[in-house]
Design a protein around this ligand. Sequence first.
Ligand code: AP5
Ligand code: MG
Length: 193
Amino acid sequence: MFNLILFGPPGSGKGTQSEKLIARYGLKHLSTGDLLRSEIASQTPLGIAAKSLMDKGQLVPDEVVIGMIDHALVNNPKARGFLFDGFPRTKAQSEALDALLKKKGASINVVLALNVTEDELIKRLLNRGLTSGRSDDTKEDVIRARIGEYHNKTSTVADYYDKFGKVVLIKGEGSVDEIFDALSAEIDKRLDK
Ligand code: AP5
Ligand code: MG
């Protein structure tokens, strides 16, 4: 198995690059943001509870997203690997993910961390808010709250995996294709081994 975390702040291009990476490498894409938005669309109790936090730009509780990932791992026994997008976002989520993968005899191979300036993140998200229909993209104070959650709770995930030498920083500005090439080069190095 090859398991990859695509890491970075809101708007850094995780979703955009994930689409291209799963097409090239045949990995199963697991985005907790997408899973939560699909719960909201189906108006499940989980979705309704999550929406009020997401609309404020706050993280949903660890046990909610860990449960969703546990479920997805169990339901995809034949996947050749997973691309985690927007998960893990706290140290507790990182530890839970490692434990869930261990049960499958697997682990995280690499964490590719997209680096983008805050001005660029805000510009991208406000721009997407014009058309995305995502309620957390339209207000600048909510976007700033999301970035605040990233600094306060999520950036520690990179420190956690850095201890295992698994983090590679990637310049997240430039054309989508340039960034994709840089990400692919790091994956190829590790697939060759
Ligand atoms: P989530 O859905 O994960 O959103 P996010 O991390 O805030 O970030 P985005 O998905 O908005 O950005 P992205 O990095 O995917 O960038 P994208 O490719 O879209 O989470 C939403 C909420 O759900 C959270 O706030 C939280 O409440 C909850 N949640 C989710 N997971 C959770 C977890 N694990 N724990 C707790 N709570 C959780 O690109 C952004 C824009 O930029 C697009 O318009 C794109 O076209 C454009 N763009 C992309 N690349 C480039 C480029 N190179 N140049 C110019 N523009 C570009
Ligand atoms: Mg995304």
